[in-house]
Design a protein around this ligand. Structure first.
Ligand code: GAL
Length: 690
């Protein structure tokens, strides 16, 4: 009981989603520790007589959270205007009896058949002009006023019924916002959105340079709704429009919920597309949420710890605080070319890595596969007969460990001195005109992330307009769009003593996706005292050498020039296409206590390691833990006076890790020790208090 009260106290004090406590008459019945394991449970797919067995099996696996309701619209509103929420009430109450709290997913990603039949205008139209049909999910048009009204009504019913239920701790809006629509109403909205933004057609024509190919618009109605081919100015605005429409879609429900629910229930939406999706700007969508959450699937192959870690860091950067993994892979999926299973122990390893990067809950998708429906082959905790699959015991272990160590990790969060800047405008601008199929922005980000993560051992990934002053080093791998305002923000960081490193393709475009007349890096040409003279797409590696050693560069090469005597050349290209020969590939300029560095190419791994060593050394960044054997990841989570290190073995062999000073492994009882032995997929959770 004591532990329970302690946990509840911590929950209220440190919860990442806890809204400042008002004197609520009731509080959450979360008899949980800070770390939760959960599952997506679809009680509507099973006879009610089965629920008790399911919940008992969950409780036995230390699962303290279920997400219900998403996709259940035809059960919640079987006929227009007639709602049945009693079954949800019973499911929530029964779950609570098993010490399981509930997150309600609003059902708005799966409109019921009566609705799509009676009101086909709510269906989305794809880029080819075809209207979607029923039979799948996400077939609605995200702008449809009628659909939005239906969403409001169903959410209002849910909010009114469960908004003060102590066993409901939060809400998920829809599921993985996915498809935009190209119907005539959406087109009108886009034109209106442009009108609101540009005010006059002449401003739009000027910023989009519509004199090109006779695109000049003389009426707003002439502007197409286009996503693939088209003026880069239009394409960039379209993605911003899509982001705003999803924001509106989300707020349409959030506004209704906020009016109904108690402040300690959080609101989130689960981000899909393996976090890297870019149909819409994640920062925009995260804005009204209390909590960021995402769906972490590996698909084919085994987990890539750098990629997975970077995606956690990206999601943590959305609200710049801890987050949830709302869906995690229970062994294997059903949608990859080869749906291999994660190895035994890998799911647990991933769970602890997620916690290390700032996750406070991990929910597995799903508890038990529906007997029919599109996802029969997907991994699940229970088999078709309703008894545990082999993976169940591994999740049970995670559940037990999370429950036991929750209080230790409560209120702790990763803290980094290094940030990578990540920006949707830039990602879109590059992807509209990649110039080379070899420039994969995720790989570029990871090329920077890997050595930073290895050497600094903690990295934040944040939007460029974030408060940067708390970072000693800020690295922007391909910040293609640098409007003047952002240029000033970055310059201020440098003037305050910050170290800024721009990667290739930076500062080429202004806010309208037009070429910046200063050349690259746009507004930072003058402070850098140098610029890009010409960019080249490479067919293969070229030699490069200088401060970071003798190496190769590939995929993209920018020939730089210095225009200020204080700007130093760090690396030069060797002999290649003639144009690059002997030209600077990386330059740097000290500005007071700060500096700007521009790296115009993608270096091989060993040169990137050297470059990052140079960056960290110059910025005074030290690793959070200290030297580690190859293939061992460390994560640090802290709260005042309390530091936890999580060590994860990513090798295929056991490894012994010497510790900087004796620490206690909280997972395994025993005295403090100066080293830990990690088996394959092994994890240690170390308490590092003096
Ligand atoms: C997610 C989705 C779930 C389920 C899962 C299967 O993207 O949110 O509903 O379909 O994929 O991997």
């Amino acid at each position: 009981m004591k532990k329970l009260l302690f946990c509840l106290g911590l929950w209220l004090a440190y919860s990442p989603f806890a809204i400042p406590q008002q004197t609520a008459p009731e509080g959450p019945a979360a008899d949980t520790s800070s770390l939760l394991t959960g599952v997506a449970w679809y009680p509507e797919q099973w006879p009610e007589s089965r629920w008790e067995t399911d919940l008992s099996l969950m409780e036995a696996a230390h699962i303290h959270l279920v997400r219900i309701g998403e996709f259940a619209w035809s059960r919640i509103e079987p006929q227009e205007g007639s709602y049945d929420l009693d079954w949800m009430d019973r499911a929530i109450a029964l779950a609570a009896k098993h010490h399981i709290v509930t997150v309600i997913g609003t059902p708005t990603d799966a409109p019921p058949a009566w609705m799509t039949q009676r009101y086909p205008d709510i269906l989305r139209v794809n880029l080819n002009g075809q209207r979607d049909e029923h039979g799948n999910r996400r077939q609605f048009s995200y702008t449809s006023p009628r659909y939005l009204a239906f969403c409001r009504k169903v959410v209002e019913q849910l909010g009114r019924r469960f908004g003060h239920n102590p066993n409901v701790i939060g809400w998920q809006i829809g599921n993985e916002f996915s498809f935009d629509s190209y119907d005539s109403y959406t087109k009108k909205l886009f034109q209106q959105w442009l009108r609101d933004k540009y005010k006059t057609l002449s401003a739009l024509n000027q910023h989009w340079t519509t004199a090109y190919w006779s695109q000049t618009y003389t009426a707003w109605e002439q502007i197409p709704l286009e996503d693939t081919r088209g003026n880069p100015g239009l394409l960039l605005d379209h993605r911003r429009f899509v982001s705003d429409v999803w924001l509106h879609f989300e707020n349409n429900q959030i506004d209704v919920l906020r009016a109904q629910i108690t402040p300690w229930q959080f609101i989130t939406t689960n981000i899909g597309g393996l976090a890297w999706s870019d149909r819409w700007d994640h920062y925009t969508i995260a804005h009204p949420l209390d909590l960021a959450s995402w769906d972490d699937y590996v698909g084919q192959g085994q987990v890539d710890p750098y990629k997975d870690g970077a995606m956690h860091d990206l999601i943590r950067g959305l609200k710049q605080k801890n987050f949830w993994v709302m869906e995690a892979q229970p062994g294997f999926v059903n949608w990859a070319p080869i749906n291999n299973a994660l190895d035994r122990g890998e799911v647990r390893r991933m769970a602890w890595a997620a916690v290390g990067h700032g996750a406070d809950a991990i929910c597995y998708w799903q508890w038990r596969s529906a007997l029919n429906g599109q996802e029969q082959y997907h991994g699940a905790l229970l088999g078709a007969d309703g008894t545990p699959n082999p993976l169940y015991t591994e999740i049970q272990q995670i559940g037990e460990e999370f429950h036991r160590l929750g209080p230790e990790l409560y209120g702790t969060t990763p803290q980094s001195e290094v940030a990578i800047l990540h920006d949707y405008d830039s990602r879109w601008a590059i992807d509209f005109e990649p110039h080379t199929a070899r420039y994969d922005q995720l790989q570029v980000l990871l090329d920077f992330y890997r050595p930073l993560r290895d050497q600094a051992q903690s990295v934040d990934i944040v939007p460029p307009d974030a408060d940067l002053d708390r970072y000693k080093l800020v690295v922007a791998p391909s910040l293609n769009v640098i409007p003047d305002k952002l240029g000033q923000h970055l310059l201020r960081y440098v003037q305050h003593g910050g170290r800024l490193v721009l990667g290739p393709r930076s500062g080429m475009k202004d806010a309208f996706n037009a070429l910046d007349v200063h050349r690259q890096p746009g507004p930072l040409v003058a402070p850098l005292g140098g610029r890009v003279e010409q960019y080249y797409a490479l067919e293969g590696p070229v030699p490069v050498s200088g401060t970071w050693g003798t190496a190769t560069a590939d995929i993209w090469a920018e020939a730089l020039s210095t225009r200020d005597p204080q700007t130093r050349v760090l690396m030069r290209y060797g002999k290649s296409n003639g144009w690059l020969d002997g030209q600077p590939a990386a330059i740097t300029r000290q500005l007071g206590q700060g500096s700007i560095t521009y790296l115009g190419t993608l270096l091989d791994a060993s040169a990137m390691n050297a470059a990052v060593r140079w960056m960290l050394h110059g910025s005074g960044v030290h690793p959070v833990f200290g030297p580690l054997p190859h293939g061992v990841e460390v994560c640090r989570r802290t709260r005042p006076g309390h530091t936890i290190f999580i060590l994860i073995n990513e090798n295929q062999t056991p490894v012994t890790v010497p510790l900087p000073h004796p620490m206690k492994d909280l997972l395994h009882a025993g005295p403090s020790s100066a080293r830990v032995v990690l088996p394959v997929h092994g994890v240690a959770v170390l308490e590092s208090n003096p």
